[in-house]
Design a protein around this ligand. Structure first.
Ligand code: PLP
Length: 468
């Protein structure tokens, strides 16, 4: 018999933090988590949220500078989204769109997405998450080239340290070596080139620093090299996040994406922009490709489309691919929850809210530039080797030696040390190695940004003090 550690609770009753933790480690396998290590310390139980803050089961208030997991773009507790979900749940909680049927919220969202995305996008394929959307990309890309009579064009080129999700195709497209090691990935015909990470890679053969611009062109040329190695006639697509998010908020040099676009155009290769993080205003434009000046053929989204209130993802399908699909008969692909009416209703309400409050413009003209200015000041901190922002994404690279950029020994786990200080001080900031990253809600005011920046500086100081 499955013995319960805690008896079922009466409605309204709650448990102590220790009880939640005990039951959690008995039954709940968390994503990207060492379960044994978690069981030793116990999970932090998050119980409620409002605006840009979350609260844990001990009542601690925490400023969420990661918007949940890069998704709560409009902040927590928005009545418009709650009401949209409730209304749709009452009217039609579910219907599919497989057998020549559709629902009003899915149609309305498709129309709205066609309006706010770049003009080449007039069609959308819905899924339930970012990972599913990137799986759909692999299917779409291969279907496209089959329909073009070029089935030998199968290879998709991606980048090391990219993150495109956790399904077999998503993790294969991603360039995280720890993920590839678990499960025999990548799947065939997905290859990776080096990332445009100036701080880590921007040196010449004599170890002299390259300018960012020169490095951007060099990093893009690695795509041309890979295409030549594989043979241009075998390459189907290139995929990239406009700004690598989970890899550490790596903002590429301004020369990188225009050169990538030129290379894709030259070889007729499809360009795929993974906008799961950078979509819906994060970079100060509706989509990151607009900030970077590219014209992708396919664009994946999730997270910010509903501000994370309910799962939804999808692929914007550009004219070139949409035309081929339209004349290609049945596309044998789809998910039960493609175009889920409740998720779509929340997405429509979320996008309307972003429009009404002018959040994209606010990031572009006000809070984004302000964050950039304040991060430039933080670059002077003795722990910080590089400070980067793009819209409301930010990264601080922690280094042992500011002048040379020399890193701390990995066993010191300085990023995790800093993250622990953040938790204690009431701030969520994520550590990717020794790179501290943020992506706060786009609804954040300047006063809240000052509060966040004061917390960040305090946590850097506390980390420095602990190291001395
Ligand atoms: N693509 C990018 C750029 C992401 O950052 C993520 C998740 O963080 C995904 C895809 C996967 O999305 P999901 O976790 O919704 O499957």
């Amino acid at each position: 018999m499955n013995a319960r550690l805690n008896p079922p609770q009466k409605p309204g009753a709650t448990r102590t933090t220790a009880e939640w933790q005990q039951t959690d480690s008995a039954h709940y396998l968390h994503p990207f988590t060492d379960s044994a290590a978690l069981a030793r310390k116990g999970a932090r139980i998050i119980t409620r949220a409002d605006d840009i803050y979350i609260w844990d089961s001990e009542g601690q208030k925490i400023l969420d500078a990661m918007s949940g997991l890069w998704c709560v773009n409009v902040g927590y507790g928005r009545q418009e989204l709650i009401e949209a979900a409730t209304r749709q749940l009452q009217t039609l909680p579910f219907y599919n769109s497989f057998f020549n049927t559709a629902t009003p919220p899915a149609i309305e969202l498709a129309e709205l997405l066609a309006e706010i995305t770049p003009p080449q996008f007039q069609h959308v394929f819905f899924g339930g998450s970012g990972s599913e959307s990137n799986d759909t990309v692999v299917r779409l890309v291969r279907r496209y080239w089959d329909l073009q009579g070029q089935p030998e064009r199968k290879v998709i080129i991606s980048r090391k340290n990219a993150y495109h999700g956790s399904t077999m195709a998503g993790a294969s497209l991603g360039g995280m070596s720890e993920m590839h090691q678990q499960g025999g990935l990548p799947i065939p015909d997905i290859v990776h080139i080096e990332q445009p990470f100036w701080f880590a890679l921007g040196r010449d053969e004599r170890s002299e620093r390259l300018s960012r611009e020169e490095f951007g062109r060099r990093a893009a040329s690695w795509l041309e090299d890979k295409i030549q190695e594989i043979g241009p006639g075998r390459v189907a697509a290139f995929i990239g996040e406009p700004v690598q998010g989970a890899g550490g908020v790596i903002v590429p040099p301004s020369t990188y994406w225009p050169e990538i676009q030129r290379i894709c155009d030259r070889h007729g290769i499809l360009l795929v922009s993974d906008e799961v993080i950078t979509g819906f205003g994060r970079t100060g434009q509706w989509f990151g490709c607009e900030t970077m000046g590219t014209k992708p053929d396919l664009m994946t989204f999730a997270k910010g489309v509903t501000s994370g209130y309910i799962p939804l993802g999808g692929v914007m399908v550009g004219e070139r691919v949409a035309k081929a699909l339209a004349n290609g008969g049945e596309f044998a692909h789809g998910y039960t929850y493609s175009g889920h009416p409740v998720a779509c209703a929340v997405a429509v309400a979320n996008i309307r809210l972003i429009q009404r409050e002018g959040l994209v413009e606010r990031v572009r003209e006000d809070t984004g530039p302000y964050l950039a200015q304040r991060y430039a000041e933080l670059a002077g901190h003795s722990l910080v080797g590089e400070a980067q922002t793009c819209g409301l994404m930010g990264a601080l690279q922690l280094v042992r030696d500011k002048t040379s950029g020399a890193p701390f020994p990995a066993e010191l786990a300085v990023g995790m040390m800093c993250r622990a200080h953040c938790f204690r001080e009431g701030l969520i900031m994520r550590a990717v190695g020794d790179r501290m990253i943020i992506a706060p809600p786009l609804s954040m005011t300047r006063a809240q940004m000052d509060e966040m920046l004061a917390l960040i500086r305090r946590c850097l100081d506390l980390t420095l003090a602990e190291l001395q």
